[in-house]
Design a binder for this molecule. Structure first.
Ligand code: SF4
Ligand code: SF4
Length: 171
């Protein structure tokens, strides 16, 4: 699916329709905290963590199935996430996005949150946005909070941290 960013500057009604689109063909970064939560829920990191080299950094990325590039935790029968209670922070942010720079989208403007200047967007290609009978109203504040948490957690995510975590998990 192609991300179609729209400025997110006021609360948006949302209900996930489990259309599967956002769990297939995506590059989902994992933080150490994500890996730990999923592992403690009973999943072996060797089955869900892959590596991506970006410049001089290694990123941890959620593994996908070979046959359709769907996430390994996506249940093809129900369309639902098998680790919903512990899913990665990126999955909790989507269909929203937090950026440190403007994307050049009409109507965008900076959002000040906890002293930080952010640009927030939602993905107009997600059918859950403005869906009939929405389950919830998502606010820019809650997404900004998740975005800052993701940034902090990604910053402390590296190979040494993963090695330490694997040791802890084996104890
Ligand atoms: S978040 Fe949107 S794209 Fe993803 S499954 Fe729900 S409705 Fe579909
Ligand atoms: S962890 Fe769950 S929500 Fe995230 S991409 Fe996989 S199936 Fe989708």
């Amino acid at each position: 699916m192609r991300f179609e960013p729209r400025p997110f500057i006021q609360p948006v009604p949302f209900r996930c329709l489990y259309c599967l689109d956002c769990c297939r063909g995506r590059h989902v970064y994992l933080t150490l905290r994500d890996i730990e939560r999923i592992a403690r829920a009973g999943h072996d990191p060797q089955d869900f963590v892959t590596f991506s080299v970006e410049g001089n950094r290694i990123r941890f990325v959620l593994a996908v199935r070979e046959w359709d590039l769907g996430c390994v935790f996506h249940d093809p029968e129900t369309g639902k996430c098998r680790i919903h209670e512990v899913n990665p922070i990126i999955c909790r942010i989507y269909p929203f996005m937090v950026s440190r720079k403007p994307l050049g989208v009409e109507g965008e403007r900076p959002f000040q949150y906890k002293g930080q200047r952010l640009w927030l967007y939602y993905d107009a290609s997600c059918p859950g946005i403005n869906a009939d009978e929405p389950e919830t109203l998502i606010t820019p504040e809650e997404i900004a909070e998740l975005g800052l948490e993701f940034e902090r957690e990604l910053e402390r995510t590296d190979m040494e941290g993963l090695a330490r975590l694997m040791d802890e998990l084996e104890r």
